[in-house]
Design a binder for this molecule. Structure first.
Ligand code: 13P
Ligand code: SF4
Length: 362
C-alpha cells in the first residue's frame, strides 16, 4: 500500500476554513418555549413546501428530533442518500454537510435540494480538489477508482465507485476478489483500514477528517484501563492505532447499532459527539464515554466536534424553508457522470448491505 502526498493544501485549507467558520457562526440559543414555537413553525413550513428533512447524526439534537418527528430521517451518509432518493417530497432539506446535499441532488435532479448552509463543508472534500484528483487518476489508468462519499460532485464524476464507511470494506473485498487494483481517495485512514482488512492492492490519496484524526490511542488506553468492561466503538476515519483498540469499527449507524445490541453497560465512543443523542435514545440505560482527543496531561479530555456539522441550526432551517436559499446546483454533465458511480454503490448495497430498519428498533 502506498500513500501518495497529492494534496499539500488539505490541512491548511481545512484550518483556514474552520477559522472562517468560527468567525461567522453566531448561534442564537432559544429558551424552551421559544424552541417549541420554532419547531411548530418548521413543521408547518415543511408541509407547506412539500419538503422532507434529512439529517445526519452529528447535527444539533433538536434538528435530529424534528427530522424524526416529521417523517424525515436521521441517518448515516449512505442511508441519507437512499432515503432522499426514495422519498416522494419535491424538496429535500439536508441538515449535514455539502457532500450530503450534493449526493441528494445527483440522485434526484428533479427535486429541489436545500442545505441549511452551503458553506458547511468537510475537510476530506476540501482536501481533494477535482483538478489534482483527476491528474492523480490519469497517472494510474490501470486502477479502479473508488472514492469516499465525502467528496465533491466533480470528484465523484471521475470515480468508478462511490462508497460510504458502512459499505467500504465490503466493496473493496469484492473488487479485490475480482482481481482489481484500486486507487482510493480521499481518507487515508479509512483507506488503510480497508486495505489491511482486505489485503487489496491500493494506493491512497492523503486526506483526513480533522475531527477523527485527533483521537489519541495512548489516552484511550488509559480510559480503557479505567473501564475494563467497556466496549470500544470506533469510526474508521480514526488513526490506525485507535482503530486497533476497537471492539467494533463502523459507520455512525453501525456504531449506534453496536451500542444497542452489545452486552456491555459502558461504551467508549470514537466519533463526533453529535452521535450521543441518538445513542442514548437507541440504548437507554447504557453509559457512553467520549474517546479522548487530548494527549496525556491535557486539561480538556475530548473535543470531537465537527465545525461544519455545527453550522446547522433551527434559525437556518426556518430561513431556508422560507427563502429557498442555499439550494444545491450541479452542472448537468458532472451530475450525470457522478450519478453512475453513486448508483453502483446503491445497487451494491442492496445486495450486500441492506438498509437497517431503524437504529431505534430492538
Ligand atoms: P457516516 O457515513 O458513518 O455517517 O460518516 C459520515 C461522516 O462524515 C463521518 O465523519
Ligand atoms: Fe467531514 Fe470529519 Fe466533519 Fe465528517 S466529521 S463531515 S468527515 S470533517
Amino acid at each position: 500500500m502506498t500513500i501518495e502526498n497529492h494534496n499539500p493544501r488539505n490541512r491548511e485549507d481545512a484550518i483556514l476554513a474552520v477559522a472562517a467558520i468560527a468567525r461567522g457562526i453566531n448561534h442564537t440559543p432559544h429558551p424552551g418555549d421559544e424552541n417549541a414555537k420554532l419547531k411548530d413553525r418548521i413543521k408547518a413550513l415543511l408541509i407547506e413546501q412539500n419538503a422532507v428533512l434529512v439529517a445526519h447524526y452529528y447535527v444539533d439534537e433538536t434538528l435530529q428530533d424534528i427530522a424524526d418527528e416529521t417523517g424525515g430521517c436521521v441517518a448515516d451518509s449512505l442511508e441519507m442518500a437512499r432515503f432522499g432518493y426514495e422519498h416522494s417530497a419535491s424538496t429535500i432539506v439536508v441538515a449535514g454537510v455539502r457532500f450530503m446535499g450534493e449526493t441528494a441532488k445527483i440522485l434526484s435532479p428533479e427535486k429541489r435540494v436545500l442545505m441549511l448552509d452551503n458553506e458547511a463543508n468537510c475537510s476530506l472534500d476540501l482536501g481533494c480538489p477535482a483538478d489534482e484528483f483527476t491528474a492523480f487518476c490519469d497517472q494510474h489508468p490501470d486502477r479502479t477508482v473508488v472514492v469516499y462519499a465525502n467528496t465533491s460532485a466533480a470528484v465523484k464524476a471521475r470515480a468508478d465507485w462511490v462508497v460510504t464507511s458502512s459499505i467500504a470494506l465490503k466493496l473493496i473485498n469484492h473488487l479485490h476478489e475480482r482481481g482489481e487494483k484500486i486507487l482510493w481517495a480521499p481518507d487515508r485512514f479509512l483507506g488503510s483500514y480497508v486495505q489491511k482488512q482486505s489485503g487489496a492492492d491500493m494506493i491512497l490519496w492523503n486526506g483526513s477528517c480533522i475531527v477523527h484524526e485527533e483521537f489519541k490511542a495512548e489516552t484511550l488506553k488509559t480510559v480503557m484501563r479505567q473501564h475494563p468492561d467497556a466496549m470500544v466503538l470506533v469510526h474508521p476515519e480514526s488513526p490506525p492505532e485507535v482503530i486497533e483498540l476497537a471492539d467494533v469499527v463502523g459507520s455512525t449507524s453501525q456504531i449506534i447499532n453496536a451500542a444497542r445490541t452489545g452486552n456491555a453497560d459502558t461504551y467508549i465512543v470514537a466519533t463526533e459527539d453529535g452521535i450521543f443523542h441518538k445513542m442514548a435514545q437507541a440504548a437507554p440505560g447504557k453509559k457512553f464515554i467520549a474517546a479522548p482527543t487530548a494527549g496525556e496531561g491535557a486539561t480538556c479530555v475530548s473535543c470531537a466536534h465537527c465545525p461544519w456539522m455545527k453550522m446547522n441550526d433551527l434559525d437556518r432551517l426556518i430561513e431556508v424553508l422560507k427563502n429557498g436559499n442555499d439550494e444545491i446546483i450541479i452542472d448537468e454533465e458532472i451530475r450525470r457522470r457522478a450519478e453512475k458511480s453513486i448508483h453502483r454503490m446503491i445497487e451494491f448495497g442492496k445486495q450486500h448491505a441492506p438498509a437497517p430498519k431503524s437504529v431505534n428498533e430492538s
